[in-house]
Design a binder for this molecule. Structure first.
Ligand code: UVW
Length: 382
């Protein structure tokens, strides 16, 4: 961890102890704030919505954002100024037909986890389901119909098996509090995400993101490629253990595949064992960190044009990052820089048990207007 963060006396401890989740995870968030809030020497440029004057703030610490994977200006995106769809632009009839050609037996694997009380949660997130009344309504009619409803209080897109939309992660490149200097995919800023009609003088609102919300995501019907890193190593990976490009290439070889199997628009998934060994079995350890890909593998997968990166752990990337100055850099490389989505807490053990590494990947996320993410039950079909 970053020494600056350790100095406050809480975060190092929470990583090393079996503290529950929220404390440990706050340490990573805090590191993110330190790293991303530091500074910027980005070329001033024309953003999608704003002309950003990206300057290094006076209070900037050494080792600011210019030293990080998001140092270069990342907009406009490859899909053009104003795009909010990101890598689901890859979804096309050709991509669908390629995925369909992988369906030979009709067997369906459910990759989602059950949403339930007691599942590990990030930070202070909550999951509370209540049934109002027993039954909720009725009885009506001669047939005496009765029914149940539910009320769910939760961060709907950010608990359990969760899909990150493009409004979820950005980077602060300027002064704290300057909403025009917090930049997301395709140059959209926090100001853009919060203002429904800035020019008309509308107030900043909390009622859903005005840009980059989940309603912009297209349904996935594409090729899925699974990298069985746990199978390769013969063990569950450790917290903070980074999966390298060489590891991914070794997985392909072990699985009788080549890099040509990673096609534009495909879903890439990696199995670390973290979920199958720890989910609902040892939540404190599950939340204390995690194995996953790092900057190198993220750039490699992004260059191959994947549409979504997924894993059996809570953030898909190595936490803590081997570089103590970075926090969640893969989130920024995928979501912020490249418009590539992220899918967390998937189940992959059953695919590995059956030796399934290539399949049709199907997921239709919930088009909740203004949401940062979506729950869902992705499926693999072979
Ligand atoms: C954060 O929200 C920082 O991470 P995640 O997408 O893993 O929930």
């Amino acid at each position: 961890m970053n020494d600056d963060v350790r100095d406050d006396g809480q975060d190092k401890q929470s990583l090393e102890n079996d503290e529950p989740t929220s404390t440990s995870r706050r340490a990573f968030i805090k590191t993110a704030t330190v790293a991303s809030g530091a500074a910027a020497t980005l070329t001033a440029g024309q953003g999608v919505m704003h002309e950003l004057d990206l300057v290094r703030p006076a209070h900037a610490a050494e080792g600011g954002i210019e030293d990080t994977p998001v140092a270069e200006k990342w907009w406009p995106s490859r899909w053009g100024e104003g795009d909010q769809t990101g890598a689901t632009n890859h979804m096309s009839p050709e991509v669908t037909l390629d995925a369909a050609s992988l369906i030979q037996t009709g067997k369906v694997y459910s990759l989602g986890r059950v949403y339930e009380y007691g599942m590990p949660l990030f930070g202070q997130r909550v999951f509370a389901l209540r049934i109002p009344g027993a039954p909720t309504g009725g009885a009506f009619g001669k047939n005496q119909v009765i029914w149940h409803d539910e009320i769910l209080t939760t961060e709907i897109g950010q608990v359990g098996t969760q899909f990150d939309g493009l409004g979820h992660i950005g980077a602060r490149v300027g002064e704290v509090g300057d909403l025009n200097q917090e930049v997301f995919y395709n140059g959209y800023t926090t100001r853009d995400l919060q203002n429904s009609d800035a020019e008309a003088g509308s107030t900043v609102g909390a009622y859903g993101l005005q840009k980059l919300g989940m309603e912009n995501v297209r349904p996935f019907f594409c090729r899925g490629v699974m990298f069985d890193v746990m199978g390769l190593k013969g063990r569950m990976l450790d917290a903070g253990e980074e999966i390298s490009v060489a590891d991914l290439q070794a997985c392909l070889e072990r699985q009788n595949m080549t890099e040509d199997d990673i096609t534009e628009g495909c879903a890439a998934l990696w199995r670390t064992g973290w979920g199958e060994e720890l989910w609902m079995k040892d939540n404190a350890r599950f939340n204390s960190g995690e194995p996953g890909i790092g900057v190198e593998a993220a750039e490699w997968l992004a260059a191959k044009g994947i549409s979504v990166g997924a894993a059996d752990c809570w953030a898909i990337e190595a936490v803590p990052n081997p570089d103590p100055n970075l926090a969640f850099p893969v989130h920024q490389i995928f979501l912020t820089k490249n418009g590539i989505h992220i899918l967390e807490n998937v189940r992959l053990d059953h695919l590995a048990a059956d030796g399934i590494y290539k399949f049709a990947f199907i997921l239709s996320t919930l088009p909740i207007k203004g949401a940062t993410g979506s729950p869902g039950n992705p499926i693999a079909v072979v």
